[in-house]
Design a protein around this ligand. Sequence first.
Ligand SMILES: *[C@@H]1O[C@H](CO)[C@@H](O)[C@H](O)[C@H]1NC(C)=O
Length: 228
Amino acid sequence: MLQLLTFLVEKLSLVSNFKLFESSWLDGKDHELPAQRGPLPPPRRGDLLEVPRTIFTHYGIYLGDNKVAHLIPDILPVLTKDEKLISSVITNKRLILGCMYKAATVRVDTLEDFAYGCNILVNRTDKLMKAQAFPNEVVARRAEKLMGAIPYSLLWNNCEHFVTYCRYGSAASRQTEKFCECLKSIIRDQRSVIVTGLLGIISIVCFGMAPSTTLPTILVPFTLWMAG
Ligand SMILES: *[C@@H]1O[C@H](CO)[C@@H](O)[C@H](O)[C@H]1NC(C)=O
């Protein structure tokens, strides 16, 4: 099951460049380093680094000395106390299991491992967030204080929450907000009542009248209708 999941995520990231967080960290060494893609000014300690991917954007806080603090799902800290094992580069399996078990760590990696061949944007969120950023040294100290294992939630506690907490003092995620907006617009769109109703009727036709098909057919459109 896990093998299959890992396989699927790997294939998916190959086909559509959809890298679920750092899903291919295992072979990160073969990729171009960001420095080779034109001259980038070195970031300063406390800067907010952003690595845009196709769907998700990964975030970290630069600590200076080629090191980046970032939050990433990881199962290993739940299973072992072996610091050396935990600090090794995160594999797909660790990441996926971490996601499912809702465990993550705030850890330090090199700039190259963090960027994973993508361009790094610096401080871009300063313009987008309404809050004023702390001085860079404060930002870096806040990040360093949070090192270690923490609970993870894709929506409510992700890598973006970590960096906004460090830099602006309040945990926020524009990716989560966008997702919620999208969900809200689906719920508020009355056509989804019709769509779910039709899907329910099709499932009744295909699988017969049973509580498992009839109940959702009535309850899902009804709930959507009331929530809309
Ligand atoms: C990022 O912002 C800080 C101030 O908050 C500034 O000191 C630093 O130079 C900025 N870094 C870049 C690369 O623009």
